[in-house]
Design a protein around this ligand. Structure first.
Ligand SMILES: Cc1cc2nc3c(=O)[nH]c(=O)nc-3n(C[C@H](O)[C@H](O)[C@H](O)COP(=O)(O)O)c2cc1C
Length: 213
């Protein structure tokens, strides 16, 4: 592959254009576009080069509604445990847990925890187990990031969502995921409901994050 300055600039534009979209138009996303996103996501780095992960594609509006209902039930259940003085803040925050509700497609990167390092060690070691679990979570996050960038490059809105995972078990059951599968995130994909372009200034703040050493 020939690397050119142009490619860097295109990628930079895509990164700058990406933003979290939480309200979608009902306009359908074609299977071709979904496939294009998956083709990019499957190039992701993944711990030990393992292939024990996948991306579940949900297009059935009934299933998406049931998923949102499952999350709402967990939010309601959890709200009883929230301190009285934080109830309002919690309810406002948790509204973002169902931001996938209006999307025509929800992509669900999921992974299997398959002990590799842990299995090589004679005496159970919790720090190795944690390292291994974190590696799967980090890996599926890399997959998720590529989904976001691929969607943006195709003019589609998306949002990285882990809030809905308060109902992970219910979601896994609804999706018929295999018992040993964990959900990495829910990523709604679609056309933005009100396509308001964000000002450049808030994007520019990201430059401040780079620390050189
Ligand atoms: C790990 C992770 C989990 C997130 N979970 C949610 C979520 O459940 N609901 C939501 O609306 N946004 C969620 N977000 C999106 C962030 O709120 C968003 O990225 C952040 O506010 C910055 O805005 P931007 O994505 O438009 O740059 C999540 C982001 C990350 C990285």
């Amino acid at each position: 592959m020939v690397f050119a300055e142009d490619q860097y600039l295109v990628l930079k534009d895509i990164c700058i254009a990406r933003k979290s979209i939480r309200a979608f138009s009902p306009k359908a996303v074609t299977d071709d576009l979904v496939k294009k996103i998956l083709d990019i996501a499957y190039t992701s780095p993944y711990v030990s080069g393992r292939k024990n992960w996948g991306i579940h594609v949900v297009k059935d509006q009934g299933v998406i509604s049931h998923m949102a209902d499952a999350v709402k039930r967990q939010v309601a259940r959890l709200s009883h445990a929230v301190r009285k003085d934080f109830q309002k803040a919690f309810l406002s925050y948790s509204r973002n847990f169902i931001a996938f509700e209006s999307a025509p497609v929800v992509l669900i990167p999921n992974y299997r925890i398959s002990p590799h390092l842990t299995a090589l060690i004679a005496t159970p070691d919790s720090s190795i187990e944690r390292l291994e679990l974190e590696n799967f979570i980090k890996s599926i996050s890399a997959v998720s990031t590529l989904i976001l960038l691929a969607a943006t490059s195709l003019g589609l809105g998306s949002c990285y969502m882990t809030g809905p995972l308060i109902a992970e078990n219910e979601l896994a059951t609804l999706l018929n995921l295999k018992k040993d599968r964990r959900i990495g995130a829910l990523i709604p994909i679609g056309y933005e409901a009100n396509d308001t372009k964000r000002g450049v200034s808030s994007r520019d703040k990201r430059k401040e994050r780079v620390v050189q050493s």
